[in-house]
Design a protein around this ligand. Sequence first.
Ligand SMILES: [Zn+2]
Length: 204
Amino acid sequence: MEGTSVLSFILFHPMSSPSNSPPTKKHKIYKITSCHSPLCYVGCTARSLEKRHYEHVKECEAHQAGRRKNVCMSSLVVFKGDSHIELLEEVDEGDDHRVREKEWVLQTPNTANTKIPTYTCRDWQLLTPNGQRYLRNQSRKVTCEHCGCTVMHKNILRHYQTKKCMAVQAKNNTTHAVSHKKNTGGLAAVEPAQEGVCQSCVQE
Ligand SMILES: [Zn+2]
């Protein structure tokens, strides 16, 4: 049954003649600018740009009138009163518009956007200097102060929990255990990029 439907899909939606296929709904990636603001705002909508712009304006007005607490960052551009909206790209229904939106947000200078769609911890690591330093620290080899093993920096905390290392630690007295705790604390403190990294990514 499934094979039949796939076949009929191919037969009735041939890739070679897009004019025959039904019109696909498109997501529009847009930019809002103002002559009086150095900032701009990048967004995405499946509706008309005019309607979306109107919503941004109304949201900003409601915020200024105190009727709305949380407000979209587009307000930083819209509140100037002379903002206008322009189309950056239309994305086909099948494509991931959020990925394209993210790329536009990242490549457009002076965006007021604070939320970046599909922006992951990995993106942060690859794109920011802090993130890159974090990745370098992670792959750096360090020597365990207890057993002398060479361990990847990112695995050192897990290494402390291994039987081999714990056996060496057990031989040491309690004073040493206290200093071990201090060392662990120090380790986390030296790592400047630790902040802002999600825990699921840290525990690889
Ligand atoms: Zn060790």
